[in-house]
Design a protein around this ligand. Structure first.
Ligand SMILES: Nc1ncnc2c1ncn2[C@@H]1O[C@H](COP(=O)(O)OP(=O)(O)O)[C@@H](O)[C@H]1O
Ligand SMILES: Cc1ncc(COP(=O)(O)OP(=O)(O)O)c(N)n1
Length: 278
């Protein structure tokens, strides 16, 4: 029997420590039963303590990766991660085509948990103009939402106002993740604003741990994987939230400081959900 091979694509940077960026996206695609392709935008040198160096890929090389994938594969959905600077944003915006690469989940990677800046501040405007309008779903954390919406977020109402602002900039569905709002919080409340204007909150207990590297990447990659399978946005986000929670709750002892999350635990959770929904 031939298996139906659903495919998704990540356009992202490689992180040498394996916890975040493209490695996390590909782990997440695998955990969700989707075959993963990757267009490399950049690479960072780092470990669980720090990121010490970055290299951005030449735009022509990024364009060539798009051309080669487009010639061969049937891709159901795509996500973006580290886009680094104006040149990368430009080449991604010029080469992404929804007809070929499916709906786009934009994870606006700006700063890592170690404090490394992965998007130049000078590129925020181009990101707003060229990337946000392509987004079927955008998944900023608090910090990223504040920067892109140019607002301060102090409470749930501000979170909703920022989400509406991102919709005005052209993103269809907006999720503003709540993990950074208050480190003493009991729950992590993510806001989901759908394209029809409805909104709801997804809430889970706040887990106190440093082993959170790759949460945002994994969350957005699972949303993309689920869209590739034909799932609607609201269900894709619910599944991603549950899977990331399971991956944080079962920590791995890899690295000494900002460790990775556990994609095997995410895989088990996604398997349970798939069985339940079958
Ligand atoms: N400490 C935590 N406890 C529970 N859930 C968390 C925690 N940190 C992040 N999450 C969840 O992980 C997902 C990714 O969010 P987040 O870590 O904010 O992304 P980013 O890596 O972009 O900052 C969200 O659903 C968020 O609610
Ligand atoms: C290449 C690369 N891309 C993204 C990240 C993100 O880092 P971090 O914020 O720590 O992780 P997420 O939880 O947002 O996935 C990275 N470190 N490297």
């Amino acid at each position: 029997m031939t298996q139906q091979n659903i495919q998704a694509l990540t356009i992202a940077g490689h992180d040498s420590d394996g916890s975040a960026g493209m490695p996390a996206d590909l782990h997440a695609f695998f955990a969700d039963g989707v075959y993963g392709h990757g267009i490399l935008t950049a690479a960072v040198a780092g470990n669980s303590y720090d990121i010490t160096a970055q290299q951005v890929m030449p735009p022509a090389f990024i364009a060539e990766q798009f051309h080669q994938l487009a010639r061969d594969f049937t891709i159901g959905a795509t996500k973006t991660g580290m886009l680094a600077n104006d040149d990368v944003i430009n080449v991604v915006a010029n080469n992404y085509d929804e007809q070929i690469f499916g709906p786009l989940v934009v994870d606006p990677v700006i700063i890592t948990k170690h404090g490394a800046m992965l998007l130049a501040q000078s590129a925020y405007e181009r990101f707003r103009e060229q990337i946000i309008p392509l987004a079927t779903v955008i998944t900023p954390n608090f910090y990223e939402a504040e920067k892109l919406a140019e607002l301060t977020i102090a409470n749930r109402l501000d979170q909703l106002t920022a989400a509406r602002q991102l919709q005005k900039l052209g993103a269809q569905n907006v999720i503003i993740k709540g993990a950074h709002s208050d480190t003493n919080q009991d729950t992590v409340d993510d806001l989901v604003l759908l394209k029809n204007g409805d909104h709801f909150w997804l809430s889970k207990p706040h887990i106190k741990t440093n082993r959170l590297n790759g949460t945002g990447d994994t969350f957005s990659a699972i949303i993309a994987a689920e869209l590739a399978k034909g799932q609607d946005v609201a269900n894709a986000v619910r599944l991603a939230k549950n899977a990331v929670y399971a991956a944080i709750a079962a920590p791995l002892t890899v690295g000494h400081q900002f460790g990775p999350i556990n994609h095997w635990a995410a895989q088990v959770e996604l398997g349970k959900e798939a069985k339940h929904n079958a």
